[in-house]
Write a new protein. Structure first.
Lengths: 117, 146
């Protein structure tokens, strides 16, 4: 298995942070295009998801935040304790959590975008 | 040889207020960065689960949305906004510092050995970030309670 150096992982961490920041601003601005409460109504949210561009933005945002969030969790857990087995469990656990969250979120985005609601 | 235990205090070490008093605002920023990161990850997981209710139809979506349409829900979302702004602002400060900006020039270590990197620029950034987080929370509440 390919092993990434910690310096490369931190570059990914910062890159995903900057990317997620820009996409989150767009995501929030979408709620401001109309009244906040109105924008969260079922029909409006479905219309958002059915737009391919916005669905792609949500998918990218999901991936960026999941990678950043679970890598951050890994860093915190490795700061608190160390050891070869512990580090492996934490790293693979975080990778599994990240993959599960991306899969679950993608399911919502894809199914709603394709009108399977 | 005595076993080194200094780095193994875990959560007790994190939350010890004496350490914030001893090491200053930088230590508080370090702690808040971790707490807001964990809080935002928990919120993000909850947000992904909550939005998946769109697949169950309008009734379930409206019911799930009702949770955030209460006073407590608005206050919780305001807290999320504050965590998000602090985590972003402090993260940008750390990235800039890791690129070597704002750390001061290296000089001969003389008594009282004050590190050049812990200077007023960094402290001012932390205070500004805390202020921005408070302002964003206030703005968020103004929108949600309107």
């Amino acid at each position: 298995m390919m092993i990434l150096r910690e310096s490369i992982i931190m570059k990914i961490h910062y890159g995903t942070a900057i990317g997620a920041l820009f996409l989150t601003v767009i995501h929030i601005m979408m709620r401001m295009t109309q009244d906040f409460h109105e924008s969260l109504e079922y029909e409006n949210v479905i219309a958002n998801y059915e737009s391919v561009g916005y669905a792609l933005l949500l998918e990218l945002l999901l991936i960026l935040i999941s990678v950043h969030g679970f890598n951050g969790l890994r860093v915190i857990l490795l700061e608190m304790n160390q050891g070869p087995i512990y580090e492996k469990v934490v790293t693979y656990g975080c990778l599994a959590g990240m993959a599960a969250l991306i899969a679950y979120g993608s399911r919502t985005i894809i199914m709603t975008n394709m009108g399977m609601v | 040889m005595a076993k080194e235990t200094g780095a193994r205090e875990g959560l007790k070490g994190w939350l010890n207020p004496g350490k914030i008093g001893k090491f200053g605002i930088e230590r508080l920023a370090w702690l808040l960065m971790r707490l807001t990161g964990l809080g935002l990850l928990a919120y993000f997981i909850g947000h992904i689960y909550e939005t998946s209710h769109i697949l169950d139809g309008k009734a379930v979506w409206d019911k799930s949305l009702e949770m955030t349409q209460t006073t407590e829900g608005h206050l919780f979302l305001a807290l999320v906004i504050g965590m998000c702004v602090f985590h972003t602002g402090n993260g940008i400060r750390l990235m800039v510092a890791q690129m070597g900006y704002g750390l001061g020039k290296a000089e001969r270590p003389d008594y009282p050995y004050k590190p050049q990197s812990i200077n007023m620029k960094g402290k001012a950034c932390i205070y500004a970030t805390l202020g921005m987080a408070a302002l964003a929370m206030w703005y968020g509440m103004a929108v949600m309670f309107a």
